[in-house]
Design a protein around this ligand. Structure first.
Ligand code: FE2
Length: 162
C-alpha cells in the first residue's frame, strides 16, 4: 500500500476508536478501547518516526517534521499518564479528551499540509515501496503490545530532562 494511504487509513482507524470510546458503556470497555488506541498510536508514531519522516526529510519540510515529532512526544506523555490511571478515575476521561485533540491536530496537519507536499516530492513507486516497509514494521510492532514502550520512552525522556 502507498505510504500515505497507509497512514491515512491508520488515522481513520484511530478516529473510529475514539468514537467507540465515547460510546463505551462501562470502565472495562473504556480500558479495552484505550488499550487499542494506545497500541495503534504507538505503532503509528514509530513507523512515522523511523521510516516515513526520514524518507521525506526534504528542505522545506524540516521544521514541519520536527514539530510533528514534538507532537508525538506530547501525545506519548498523555498516553503514559493514562496507562497509570484507571478509567474509573475522573481524570481519565479528561486526559482522553486531551489525547483526542492532540491526535486530531496531528491528523489535520499531516493530511492537509504534509501529505500534499510529499505526494508532489516523491514518485509513486517510492511511496509504494516505503508503504510496504511501513506496513511490515507496523504489523511486527502490533504483535507485541507496543503501548508498553511508551511508558518507558516517557520515563527515559523525563530522566534526561532531570
Ligand atoms: Fe500520522
Amino acid at each position: 500500500m502507498d505510504a500515505i494511504k497507509l497512514l491515512e487509513w491508520q488515522h481513520d482507524e484511530v478516529d473510529t476508536l475514539f468514537t467507540q470510546y465515547a460510546e463505551a458503556e462501562d470502565d472495562e470497555e473504556k480500558l479495552e478501547v484505550f488499550n487499542a488506541i494506545a497500541d495503534s498510536l504507538s505503532a503509528h508514531a514509530t513507523i512515522e518516526e523511523k521510516l516515513f519522516y526520514p524518507a521525506v526529510y526534504v528542505g522545506e519540510l524540516r521544521e514541519q517534521l520536527s514539530d510533528a515529532i514534538e507532537e508525538h512526544m506530547r501525545a506519548k506523555r498523555v498516553i503514559s499518564d493514562l496507562i497509570d490511571l484507571e478509567p474509573s478515575d475522573p481524570k481519565f476521561d479528561k486526559k482522553m479528551k486531551v489525547l483526542q485533540e492532540e491526535v486530531e491536530q496531528h491528523v489535520s496537519e499531516e493530511e492537509e499540509e504534509l501529505f500534499p507536499i510529499v505526494k508532489q516530492a516523491l514518485p509513486k513507486l517510492e511511496l509504494e515501496a516505503l508503504g510496504e516497509l511501513m506496513e511490515e514494521l507496523y504489523e511486527d510492532l502490533m504483535a507485541s503490545n507496543p503501548r508498553e514502550e511508551i511508558g518507558e520512552e516517557a520515563e527515559d525522556e523525563a530522566a534526561s530532562v532531570r
